[in-house]
Design a protein around this ligand. Structure first.
Ligand code: G6P
Length: 359
């Protein structure tokens, strides 16, 4: 497969995200599984679950963690995310639960094992995968495909964004308060364009990463929906740039990691325009006072963040539920440009495999 004029598959795949999102939205709203039915929830194995369990490994686990937050906001039943490699049994007993297993490849051994553990325990199963006919599709009651197209780089980028899109649409389909979610399809239609805007301004991102490549340690912090994105961003920095990077809830830094702050420990702070915004600004001030450089990712025109952070990478304004997608694209590009500057083998990092089919 060609790199389409890009230096690496990772960068090509980051740039393919607008189309991947568009195709996944089309699949989930109108896709083949729903054809012939009048209901947009045609592919769901259970329409009114009394509990939702989300499973995945690696990047797919971070999608599950996002799902825990997104679906908890939109549904009234308990929603739990679990890392598949540690899963033994569900925390919540269900009569008609829904387990959603995320796996780009559909072949991850730990995810398949976790799925088999839950089957027969009152949970119907939905697989979210990017690979047609993969093992996961044979283990579940129904499959929802992410339409990201083949992902060659070991580090997942476009499939993660598509997993997030399926979560917004699951929330849309499952929510009982229809008014509260009616805006989701419209917002998703404009999302590809917003991602394009982030991609078109990557020169500021290239500037910002200069100071990161010399770091001893990097923190990426967020609150609420920002936390799973921080974890995913940190995974990308580790995978492709080999930089020791931790994703952290902003409020937890003071319970230990403050000891690591200083000149050689820059912090990337994701400031979403939601109810956590002012706490994030407080965290930025606390971090600055301890000598770390702060690069913030925030809404374009947020003057208050610009006042306290050393540098701001702006993203277009959108619904706070969807904004984490844009922050994630910035982090993908930051990790990519760091790796490039450090001369790392970006598409094939040492010791890693695209798909781990052994326990
Ligand atoms: C491997 C890959 C990761 C990926 C994880 C889960 O460890 O290197 O990038 O996130 O597997 O893969 P899956 O195919 O189940 O999403």
């Amino acid at each position: 497969m060609s790199k389409g004029g890009f230096d690496h598959y990772m960068l090509k795949e980051i740039h393919e995200q607008p189309e991947a999102i568009r195709d996944t939205v089309a699949e989930s709203l109108l896709g083949p599984a729903t054809a012939g039915t009048s209901s947009p929830v045609g592919y769901l194995p259970v329409r009114d679950p009394d509990a939702v369990l989300l499973l995945g490994c690696g990047t797919s686990y971070h999608a599950a963690l996002m799902g825990e937050q997104i679906l908890s906001q939109l549904l009234t039943v308990p929603v739990t995310a679990r890392v598949a490699s540690e899963f033994q049994k569900p925390a919540v007993k269900a009569e008609q639960g829904l387990v959603v297993a995320f796996s780009q490849s559909g072949e991850t051994s730990d995810t398949l094992t976790a799925l088999r553990r839950i089957l027969g325990q009152g949970y119907a199963s939905l697989g979210v995968t990017n690979v047609m006919g993969s093992s996961i599709t044979r283990a579940v009651d129904a499959t929802l495909y992410t339409r990201a197209g083949p992902e060659v780089a070991v580090a997942s980028t476009k499939t993660f964004l598509c997993q997030l899109v399926t979560l917004y649409l699951l929330g849309f389909h499952l929510a009982t308060d229809r008014d509260a979610v009616s805006i989701i399809p419209q917002n998703l239609q404009v999302l590809p364009d917003l991602v394009r805007q982030v991609l078109s301004r990557d020169s500021a991102i290239q500037q910002a990463v200069r100071q990161l490549t010399k770091a001893e340690h990097i923190f990426i912090i967020g609150k609420g929906l920002g936390v799973p994105i921080a974890l995913e961003g940190a995974l990308k920095f580790k995978e492709v740039a080999y930089l020791p990077t931790e994703g952290y809830p902003a409020g937890e830094l003071k319970h230990g990691p403050f000891a690591l702050l200083g000149e050689k420990t820059p912090v990337i702070a994701m400031v979403l325009a939601d109810e956590h915004r002012s706490r994030m600004i407080t965290s930025i001030k606390e971090i600055k006072a301890r000598g770390s450089t702060v690069i913030a990712i925030a809404d374009r025109g947020d003057g208050e963040v610009a006042e306290f952070a050393d540098m701001v990478l702006p993203v277009p304004k959108t619904d706070p539920l969807l904004a984490p997608v844009l922050h994630n694209v910035v982090l993908q590009l930051m990790s990519y440009y760091c790796a490039r500057k450090l001369g790392c083998p970006i598409d094939r990092p040492r010791n890693l495999a695209k798909s781990v089919t052994v326990p």
